[in-house]
Design a binder for this molecule. Structure first.
Ligand SMILES: [Zn+2]
Ligand SMILES: [Zn+2]
Length: 117
């Protein structure tokens, strides 16, 4: 995660901390990150995660194994997808993070300033 912050020169002279808002993904509280109530075997592929598809080629019709479109190859689907995260298991949350501006940054800044001068 990369965050750009602006600090003033006065702030850079003293170690300081800044509060910023950042978006990060967190485990969904409603379903504990599971995405739903119960995992059930996918009905379309029978839990194999792959289905046979008939593909027409110039040489005739061949049967090809493809990722199951219903469970995306997982072999399992969620019986009752969580309404909060739509079965994803995670949610984007905006939170306030406090960043301590440490001396390494301070030295970098002073180097840059002296270079410009
Ligand atoms: Zn499936
Ligand atoms: Zn959820």
């Amino acid at each position: 995660m990369e965050i750009e912050i602006e600090i003033s020169f006065a702030e850079s002279l003293n170690s300081c901390s800044k509060k910023i808002r950042a978006n990060r993904f967190k485990e969904c509280k409603k379903c504990d990150g599971k995405g739903g109530d119960e995992l059930i075997k996918c009905g379309q592929c029978g839990g194999k995660g792959a289905v046979n598809q008939q593909v027409r080629t110039p040489f005739g019709v061949i049967s090809q194994s493809v990722h199951c479109p219903s469970c995306k190859g997982a072999g399992q689907t969620i019986k009752n997808p969580c309404g909060q995260c739509a079965g994803d298991g995670r949610q984007e949350e905006s939170e306030t993070v406090e960043i301590k501006i440490i001396s390494i940054i301070l030295f970098k800044r002073i180097n840059i300033i002296s270079f410009i001068l």
